[in-house]
Design a protein around this ligand. Structure first.
Ligand code: RFL
Ligand code: PHB
Length: 388
């Protein structure tokens, strides 16, 4: 087989890239290790920046998002001294869209189907080769080994994918911070606790009240990262969540059986080179942020914006400048999101080693946000998404 670009990974970044390239007349093959059903059963992000919304529209998959998604003009921050609101629209004239990653991924699959795109599921042992010469990718399916020759390979295969590992150790620097806690998350068919997201700082640990739609809620609590989700009964989860949310919210919120329950570790990670010869990394394959700033999916989408621009300029205008600049351009935005997610994490969680000084500093960060428009504005600008 031969194509222009082989895309490893059929998550949101791989599918968006394939969709944007196919629309521009560039050939792609997407190789995904899992079944489509499995990919669409993963519960992940819930908040889309305005730029992500624009990109999905441009890719031709914005209709259902605009019908069923819920634009949010602010969020709440809850502290021991009460709750206050950060009004994105007032502070910076923009908003975010609450629309699940699962839904956006389903829309991308539907758009790819309509386009007649090639997405190969259950592609095993995927491996890129000859990235400085005549690139090709091999994979195994149904007991046979296949080979696809191509011009470029896009590594969109997430944090545990194969793409990043083919960049030799001496050619990449990896910078990482692992946080000493994780998030236990549940999804339930219940009415959301509030009209907007609540991020809560509490002495017992962080909590987040989020949602997918009017009848589907998503909640998280900070737990030790090695906690077993199965050891948490639904009753224990709801009781702990209610302790950490504001009293008036806890009293009135609807609870019910969980339909998904999992623990996610919190980590910041950057691979400081996003290109290696004909291979380009994008999304979680190149960087990870803790979910506190709601940035992971949005960063994956902005990488794809830069990468698709570079590839389209290469094929349409024989102009390689965009591809040459890709890694630097993408990394500038990545580092800003790494900072924001680290900061949001640091002001909202309880750290095992937190002493009185750290505690006071955290309280002052939250008071600053409550009392200073300028502080809230800086948060709002980052939360709704810095310009591409
Ligand atoms: P994905 O989604 O991991 O997709 C990678 C795909 O590659 C496949 N794959 C392979 N295929 C072939 N061969 C191999 N060797 C392969 N190895 C892997 C995988 O099966 C998969 O289908 O990466 P992508 O596309 O870069 O997308 C990134 C996002 O998924 C991620 O950043 C976000 O979910 C992060 N995130 C959030 N981001 C936001 O912007 N807003 C949020 O509100 C938000 N909340 C979250 C989150 C992530 C969470 N978890 C579970 C880590 C909340 C949570 C709890
Ligand atoms: C979610 O709804 O899953 C969600 C929302 C905001 C975050 C993280 C996760 O910061």
């Amino acid at each position: 087989m031969k194509t222009d670009v082989v895309i490893i990974g059929g998550g949101p970044s791989g599918l968006l890239l394939s969709q944007l390239l196919n629309k521009a007349g560039i050939g792609t093959v997407v190789l995904e290790r899992r079944t489509r059903k499995y990919v669409l059963s993963r519960i992940r992000a819930g908040v889309l920046e305005g730029g992500t919304v624009d990109l999905l529209e441009r890719a031709g998959c914005g209709d259902r998002m605009h019908r069923e998604g819920d634009p949010h003009e602010g969020c709440y921050l809850s502290t021991e001294r009460g709750m206050f609101r950060v009004d994105f629209r007032d502070l910076c004239g923009r908003q975010v869209m609450v629309y699940g990653q699962t839904e956006a991924t389903e829309d991308l699959y539907a758009a790819q189907d309509e386009m007649g795109a090639t997405v190969i599921h259950e592609a095993m042992e995927v491996m890129p080769h000859d990235l400085d010469g005549d690139p090709y990718v091999t994979y195994e399916k149904d007991g046979e080994t296949h080979r696809i020759d191509c011009d470029f390979v896009a590594g969109c295969d997430g944090y545990h994918g194969v793409s990043r590992s083919v960049i030799p150790k001496g050619k990449k620097e990896e910078i990482e911070r692992v946080y000493p806690f994780g998030w236990l998350g549940i999804l339930s068919r219940t009415r959301p606790a509030a009209d907007e997201l609540i991020y809560a700082n509490h002495p017992r640990g962080f909590a987040l009240a989020s949602m997918r739609n009017a009848n589907l809620s998503r909640y998280y609590i900070q737990v030790p990262s090695d906690d077993d989700p199965e050891a948490w009964s639904d009753e224990a989860f709801w009781a702990e969540l209610k302790r950490r949310l504001p009293g008036e919210v806890a009293e009135t919120m609807e609870t019910g059986p969980s339909i998904e329950k999992s623990v996610a570790p919190l980590r910041s990670y950057v691979c400081t080179r996003m290109r290696h010869g004909a291979l380009f990394l994008a999304g979680d394959a190149a960087h990870i942020v803790p979910p506190t700033g709601a940035k992971g999916l949005n960063l994956a989408m902005s990488d794809i914006h830069y990468l698709s621009e570079g590839l389209i300029a290469h094929y349409k205008d024989n102009d390689g400048a965009g591809l040459d600049a890709y890694s630097d351009r993408a990394l500038r935005r990545v580092w800003r999101a790494i900072r924001f997610s680290w900061w949001m994490t640091s002001i909202l969680h309880r750290y095992p080693e937190q002493d009185d000084f750290d505690q006071r500093m955290q309280e002052m960060e939250l008071e600053n946000l409550r009392d200073l428009d300028a502080a809230r504005r800086a948060m709002a600008l980052n939360y709704v998404g810095l310009p591409l």
